[in-house]
Design a protein around this ligand. Structure first.
Ligand SMILES: [Zn+2]
Ligand SMILES: [Zn+2]
Length: 466
């Protein structure tokens, strides 16, 4: 019987096509939805060891969050239709059906890759293929490595290709000292030649004397020692977040959702509050006050859900923020961000904003845009120290092309006692889903629920800012 697990997200329609295909073929499957099922992560974690798609490599590196790939979100879309752990028969049947599908996902791409002449529509090039392996390049430029292994070797394979390289090298070296050789096929006792095979990563780590190391921590950044001593942090989970502290509505010209639409979507996602932080320059000449009226009306309709009066103020070249003091004093939540002149003393400007009594949080610290522009050259240690001193939050901005703070800086901030909200900076209802990218970033930075500000109810956050 085929065991097929579909990992779906609201980002794409691959899953719908995959389901239709499976239904038509009478294949059994189980559906897990990233957005709606609160048990999703537990289930997927249990089944696959993670809630991302690590056995797929993008440009030779695993998707799943060890590096700050701008293509995470795009990769997420591409992985959405992948059929997990399909057995040979299912693969065969999927492959046959694949010819009739309008768009093919990578699972079918893989199956089809073995017949290069009839390759799947999403696949631009089959770089290599064999009985159990294929490498394909999609039209979007993603390079995907696909492997088929028996279930009893799945853990070893997954661990091996999940990386990072530094982590695996350190892991192998430690094992070697104890006469064990670790590879993608299992762990071999060098002396006897006995091979131990592992269906799950957890079993592999346990065998080597570690607690399970979440993939996000596998960077050889102290995680092996911590896992041996039982000192790994309990990383923040997407479900721990209860509110949003940086997002935009149609009051910003680039916003696509009304205040109420943003609030309803946040509520649907299980949030209890949302700080609306439209750009300050769209809220001049009475528009701020008009927005407050709309917020009040939405709050009336949506009780007990709470929309907070916020703003994303711009940090000017001289370090001041572009919203009047008396307005700032009326706001529930003030984000201050650099948006221009990144080369003009960015550290000093950020420090000045942190010192501002009404600024609660610094938005997207460096202002980087992945694959487009490097961030401002910020002295992060000084910024973190001052933020800790003043109780100013430093957000992780979850936009796929930002992911700013970067992981090492988030870790630095948390270690210094800075509270780090994970914010989406959503300009549309859909973009509230970027949360998971930000949470992945937070996890790479070793952040726990405690370290992440918006895991707290609003009244606690309000108390902290008082
Ligand atoms: Zn911004
Ligand atoms: Zn913003």
């Amino acid at each position: 019987m085929a065991t097929i697990l579909i990992y779906t997200t609201t980002w794409c329609g691959h899953c719908e096509r995959a389901k239709a295909l499976l239904d038509a073929k009478g294949l059994a499957y189980e559906e897990i939805d990233l957005d709606d099922d609160p048990a999703f992560r537990a289930t997927l974690l249990e089944r696959t060891g993670r809630w991302t798609v690590p056995q797929i490599l993008v440009d030779g590196r695993p998707i799943g969050g060890y590096t700050e790939l701008w293509c995470l979100e795009r990769a997420g879309r591409h992985s959405a239709g992948i059929l997990w752990r399909f057995d040979e028969r299912a693969e065969e049947r999927v492959e046959q059906e694949g010819q009739h599908q309008e768009r093919r996902d990578q699972a079918r791409g893989a199956a089809r890759a073995q017949q290069p002449r009839e390759r799947a529509a999403a696949v631009l090039e089959v770089a290599a293929h064999g009985d159990t392996k294929a490498t394909v390049v999609t039209k979007q430029g993603l390079r995907l490595d696909l492997r088929v292994v028996p279930p009893e070797d799945y853990g070893s394979l997954l661990q091996h290709f999940t990386g990072s390289k530094d982590h695996n090298v350190a892991l192998r070296e430690e094992a070697q000292r104890r006469g064990l050789s670790v590879s993608e096929y299992g762990v071999t006792a060098v002396e006897t030649g006995e091979v131990h095979r592992f269906e799950s990563e957890a079993e592999l780590y346990r065998f080597l004397g570690y607690t399970f190391i979440p993939p996000e921590l596998r960077e050889n950044g102290g995680e092996l020692r911590a896992a041996r001593d039982g000192g790994l942090p309990a990383l923040v989970e997407p479900g721990d977040l209860v509110g949003e502290l940086h997002c935009h509505s149609t009051w910003s010209s680039d916003g696509k959702g009304s205040i109420e639409e943003m609030a309803r979507e946040a509520k649907r996602r299980g949030y209890r509050f949302l700080a609306l932080t439209d750009h300050s320059h769209y809220l001049r000449e009475g528009r701020m006050e008009a927005q407050w009226e709309e917020i009040a009306a939405v709050n009336e309709r949506m009780k007990p859900f709470r929309v907070l009066r916020g703003v994303e103020a711009n940090i000017r070249a001289d370090g001041s923020v572009d919203v009047a003091e008396e307005v700032l004093a009326e706001l529930d939540w003030v984000v201050a961000s650099l948006h221009a002149a990144f080369d003009r003393s960015p550290t000093e400007r950020i420090l000045a904003a942190i010192d501002h009594p009404h600024v609660d949080c610094i938005g997207h610290l460096t202002g980087r845009k992945l694959n487009k522009r490097p961030g401002a050259d910020i002295d992060v240690e000084r910024v973190v120290a001052r933020a800790a001193e003043t109780g100013t939050a430093l957000e992780i901005n979850s936009q796929p092309d930002r992911l700013d703070l970067r992981d090492v800086h988030a870790r630095l901030a948390a270690e210094a006692g800075v509270l780090v909200p994970v914010n989406t900076d959503a300009h549309s209802t859909r973009a509230l889903g970027y949360r998971d990218l930000g949470v992945a970033q937070a996890r790479r930075g070793w952040l726990t629920k405690e370290n992440v500000l918006n895991t707290r109810p609003w009244r606690e956050i309000a108390k902290l800012r008082a």
